[in-house]
Design a protein around this ligand. Structure first.
Ligand SMILES: [Zn+2]
Length: 290
């Protein structure tokens, strides 16, 4: 049976987060270890969660997508599957054949008019398939492993007016640029977020779209919590939950059996995801069925 937007689980999850004043962790996942860690952390903390895949997964192997779908279907708390930063129509169409709950229509490498036009058209297409959409008004600076580099395009901060124009396209979630960047901040003193800008964006979009946070590498707990107070519902995490794993793998590959490398590696990711669930306040919020 085709899915319908009124049953969309990602929308339900982020609306509940907005109403409850907590954040849902969105874990950028590249492998089995990460997906397993999301499931284990969510069940242990009785927390909702999201598995995020980049379009890279489509090119690497659809098996990774099937694995993530199976994780969402077999877990005992709500976990949904999101494709982040889908930057071409071809990839979005390909992704829409899988069981994604939401797809980010990232046309931020186009100029605003073209971005808006493409976002609106693709959102209609995805909504007909029951898949929620997310867009990035403005342009969040920097790059991330698995996201095509948008070259030397300059980052552009989101204005409230722009946020409204994007919500008018019909999108469900909005990723504003308010000083957040993808990748490395090179020191927490360089994390400079404009909370007043975020507040205006929130006021302009409230009740029509949920805000989602990109660019959280090395975020202190208080910064994460301030963003959630400012209206962020899903908070994407990458290095924030993968850094101890990456270090362990770098130091131990070839030195310990592969089973140990995977097992211990999974534990390290799980530990940091659980920590973030406490920071974001989603612990105990997963005992709802939708
Ligand atoms: Zn992002």
């Amino acid at each position: 049976m085709p899915k319908s937007m009124k049953d969309n689980r990602a929308v339900k999850m982020l609306r509940a987060a907005e109403e409850g004043g907590y954040g849902v962790v969105g874990v950028v996942s590249y492998n089995l270890e990460t997906i397993t860690a999301v499931v284990r952390a969510a069940e242990k903390k009785r927390s909702p969660a999201q598995i995020l895949l980049f379009p890279w997964a489509l090119h690497y192997s659809p098996l990774l997508i099937h694995l993530a779908v199976a994780a969402c279907k077999t877990v005992t708390v709500p976990i949904v599957l999101h494709m982040d930063h889908a930057q071409s129509e071809e990839e979005i169409i390909a992704a829409s054949d899988y069981d994604f709950d939401s797809i980010m229509v990232d046309m931020s490498h186009y100029e605003k008019e073209e971005n808006l036009e493409k976002t609106e058209r693709i959102t209609k297409f995805l909504h007909e398939k029951g898949i929620a959409t997310e867009a990035e008004p403005g342009r969040i600076n920097g790059g991330e492993d698995g996201v095509k580099d948008t070259g030397d395009l300059e980052g552009l901060l989101t204005t409230a007016e722009e946020a409204m124009l994007f919500v008018d396209t019909g999108i469900d979630f909005l990723a504003p640029a308010f000083g957040n960047i993808h990748g490395n901040y090179w020191g927490i003193e360089n994390i400079k977020l404009e909370y007043d800008r975020l507040e205006k964006i929130r006021a302009a979009t409230k009740g029509r779209a949920q805000l989602v946070l990109h660019g959280t590498n090395t975020f202190p707990d208080a910064t994460m919590q301030n963003c959630i107070k400012g209206g962020m519902t899903r908070c994407n995490v990458n290095d924030l939950v993968l850094h101890t794993y990456s270090k362990y793998v770098a130091e131990n590959t070839g030195k310990v059996p592969l089973t140990e490398l995977m097992g211990k590696g999974t534990d390290l990711i799980q530990e940091l995801i659980e920590y973030q669930m406490d920071v974001m306040g989603s612990t105990g919020k997963g005992d709802v069925l939708y």
